[in-house]
Design a protein around this ligand. Structure first.
Ligand SMILES: [Mn+2]
Length: 353
């Protein structure tokens, strides 16, 4: 399959690249690395997303060439007349946002490069593996197939950032020796100073963001004998801190860093409902849990959205935890509040009936 993808890209003249809404480091890094690589190969490239890049990724080479999708004739025509449409780091139309329909409807060869579970079936060619650390890792494999000599700083830096951000700086369980060999190639070919890139991405927090972190962490709770940890981000916390919601990225990892916590959840209150981010360690997979609320993602990192109040979403998610995670029985769950226990009991009784 990788040969077919490289061959389609070789033959293509016009290539459109898109990635998911609220893009992260892997999304933007992969998009830029591929975009810059294809431009080196003489291709006409358009990079189109629904949402802007996070502020700490705006420095990356080519970031100012990513366009926000506005449905203009120029953009719609480019997609319609493209030879190849690349979909990166998501495998569902809906996650592409406003640009999704055009990407799906184009007559271009639609190529998916992604590491999420449960792909939709409208792609012509796919290069996907759930166990891959990042979409960037999969892209590197395609570059290997094509020509590694094309990789310069403009390709290597975004690819490195994509791998770094999707692996929690190379510490998650999907980090392999093979990934480190790829990183070694990127450092050599891009003449990369890793400390500079790390600082560009991680040491740009605002004082408002750190204040928000402090109020979010004060909401921390442990459930089920300390196996599940939660924090909440209320609209009040956001407005009081004057931080943007993007600055909550990574907060959930603080909860997961507690010894004994298997799964960390962060509940973010929005106007329409509650967003839940799930993070987990090792074999405690959370994607099915997120899917039970219409969400999805990876086995160790998923998300979902529940319409309704924060309080309701919180109790619902906590009560359903034992259906998805191996947890001690109720009797030993000393940390479960009376209210949670009552809700869980009513849930279990209704399922027995
Ligand atoms: Mn990713």
């Amino acid at each position: 399959m990788s040969e077919a993808i490289v061959s389609a890209l070789r033959k293509a003249r016009r290539i459109v690249i898109s990635t998911h809404t609220r893009p992260d480091g892997d999304a933007i890094g992969s998009q830029l690395a591929l975009g810059n690589y294809l431009k080196r190969q003489g291709k006409e490239v358009m990079m189109l997303n629904q949402d802007p890049s996070p502020y700490n990724l705006e420095w990356m080479p080519g970031a100012d060439h990513i366009e926000l999708y506005d449905g203009s004739l120029r953009q719609v025509e480019f997609i319609a007349h493209a030879d190849v449409a690349m979909i990166l780091d998501t495998n569902v139309q809906e996650r592409l946002g406003t640009v999704g329909k055009q990407m799906r409807d184009t007559t271009a060869t639609k190529i998916l490069v992604d590491h999420h579970t449960d792909a939709e079936n409208w792609f012509d060619l796919t290069w996907k593996r759930e166990s891959a650390s990042s979409t960037a890792e999969l892209l590197f494999e395609l570059f290997e197939q094509w020509d590694l000599d094309v990789i310069d700083y403009d390709v290597a830096a975004p690819l490195y950032v994509a791998m770094m951000t999707d692996t929690g700086s190379f510490r998650f369980s999907n980090v392999t020796a093979t990934l480190h060999r790829m990183v070694a190639e990127l450092l050599d070919r891009g003449h990369i100073d890793t400390s500079v890139l790390h600082a560009e991405v991680y040491d740009k927090k605002s004082i408002e963001g750190i204040k928000l972190l402090s109020s979010v962490l004060s909401s921390i709770e442990l459930h089920y004998d300390g196996r599940i940890g939660t924090v909440v981000v209320t609209r009040r916390m956001l407005s009081d801190s004057r931080a943007s919601v993007e600055e909550t990225d990574g907060f959930v990892n603080q909860v997961l860093s507690i010894e004994g916590v298997l799964v960390a959840l962060i509940f973010t209150e929005t106007e329409r409902g509650t967003k839940i981010s799930f993070r987990s360690k090792g074999e405690n997979h959370v994607h099915k849990w997120a899917q039970s609320y219409g969400g999805g993602g990876h086995r160790n990192a998923s998300g979902a959205f529940i319409v309704g109040t924060l309080d309701n979403a919180f109790r619902k998610a906590i009560a359903s935890a034992p259906h998805f995670i191996d947890l001690p029985t109720l009797e030993t769950s000393s940390e479960l509040s009376d209210e949670d226990a009552a809700y869980l009991n009513s849930l279990m009784n209704s399922q027995n009936n």
